[in-house]
Design a protein. Structure first.
Length: 394
């Protein structure tokens, strides 16, 4: 049994690795390093109830600080990792401190994709990934104003829902011809577009941007076709990129994420990785994938802990995701990108329906809108031949 583990990254995956290692009987030293000054916390509520002020910072915490004290976790919160020295088997922190390891777990997550355009650094142009991002946004949302959101994905639409509910004038600017195009069918996109339009959100689809206007702070979003959307705050929500630079710098194999095998082991047999920052081969889908989800962060971290504890591991998950917009819950099981058929079950006008995606007769994914039973059944049925009774009646 190894006697020293360092975990770089104090998010969902890092926290789960700590819990699973201790629960599995690991009694050695565990050091947990996170660049934020907070203990590990949930990120999904940031764009929903935390942004609206319904829950505070402490309610986000995955476990109380006492958990880390009681489990003898050497916590380094608010610390930046400068480098990983694989030859010395040490993690180097800013300020010169070194943390030696026998096993290393990298769980560095992702960061918002930046837009390299004029005005992107103006005050009032924001992204949403951390508690500090919410703290920066809240003062700008106290009084009703004009909110421009660049990007019609999960985060963009969730913030649009919160901002509109708070009384703001909201415009969503999306470069694609429909919202959430990367992950849902045209039927589901159209349904959510109508939902937001009915709530008073202005949707600008097939619309690119060239920059942000303003001198001391942002005053507008400049459109590629000419014109401008006036705003008091502009959220950039155009996807995320993996934080794999530390791994690449120390010579680990990377490629839009840290490359890992089915036991979440990197190209170094002493280094594992877990969560949004990893890329692995999915036997279920027959291709390399990188997942940005709570499910993957938790389950892959469990796989890492099991592997370190000497268990045989073959990680091949059924991915699942969710999004809350107004009083609507979208739940997604599986990945629909390679489907050749999409079937809608139920009446979208009723507000409760689901869409099943098939590929070669197999069930690849299911989008459930206010239909939790189909979601739960889909998580057990993904990959199976589609036939009557595999999913519930709508």
């Amino acid at each position: 049994m190894q006697d020293s583990i360092v975990i770089v990254g104090a998010g969902q995956a890092g926290a789960q690795a700590v819990h699973s290692l201790r629960a599995g009987g690991f009694g050695g030293r565990i050091a947990l390093v996170g660049e934020e000054p907070h203990p590990p916390y949930q990120r999904p509520p940031l764009s929903k109830k935390h942004l609206s002020g319904e829950i505070d910072d402490e309610a986000l915490h995955l476990r109380p600080l006492s958990f880390y004290e009681q489990n003898a976790i050497d916590c380094h919160f608010g610390k930046e990792v400068e480098a990983i020295d694989r030859e010395m088997r040490a993690v180097l922190l800013a300020g010169g401190e070194q943390l030696p390891y026998e096993r290393l777990i990298i769980a560095t997550g992702t960061r918002p994709r930046a837009l390299p355009i004029a005005g992107a650094d103006l005050p009032g142009v924001v992204t949403l990934r951390k508690i500090s991002d919410v703290e920066a946004m809240r003062p700008l949302l106290r009084a009703p104003g004009r909110v421009a959101i660049v990007g019609g994905g999960y985060i963009g639409l969730e913030v649009a829902a919160v901002a509109r509910t708070m009384g703001h004038e909201v415009t969503v600017i999306e470069a694609q011809d429909r919202v959430m195009k990367r992950v849902v069918s045209p039927t589901v996109s159209a349904w959510f577009q109508q939902l937001h339009a009915d709530k008073g959100v202005r949707l600008m689809l097939d619309t690119g941007i060239t920059g942000f206007s303003g001198s001391d702070r942002v005053t507008g979003v400049q459109l590629a076709g000419g014109g401008e959307v006036p705003c008091d705050i502009a959220l950039v929500a155009v996807g995320a990129v993996p934080n794999d630079e530390l791994a690449a710098a120390c010579g680990l194999a990377t490629g839009d994420g840290i490359l890992v095998d089915d036991s979440a082991l990197t190209s170094d047999p002493l280094v594992h990785a877990a969560g949004d920052c990893t890329r692995f081969h999915s036997a279920l889908y027959g291709r390399s994938i990188r997942l940005e989800s709570v499910q993957n962060a938790i389950d892959q971290a469990k796989a890492v802990a099991a592997s370190i504890l000497g268990q045989e591991v073959h990680y091949d998950p059924v991915p699942w995701f969710w999004s809350d917009q107004y009083a609507v819950k979208l739940q997604i099981a599986g990945l629909s990108q390679d489907h050749d058929e999409a079937r809608t079950f139920g009446d979208p006008a009723s507000g409760s329906f689901y869409v099943a995606y098939l590929g070669g007769g197999r069930l690849l994914a299911v989008d459930s809108i206010n239909h939790p039973r189909s979601h739960m059944m889909a998580r057990r049925a993904i990959g199976k031949t589609f036939e009557d009774g595999l999913l519930p009646a709508a």
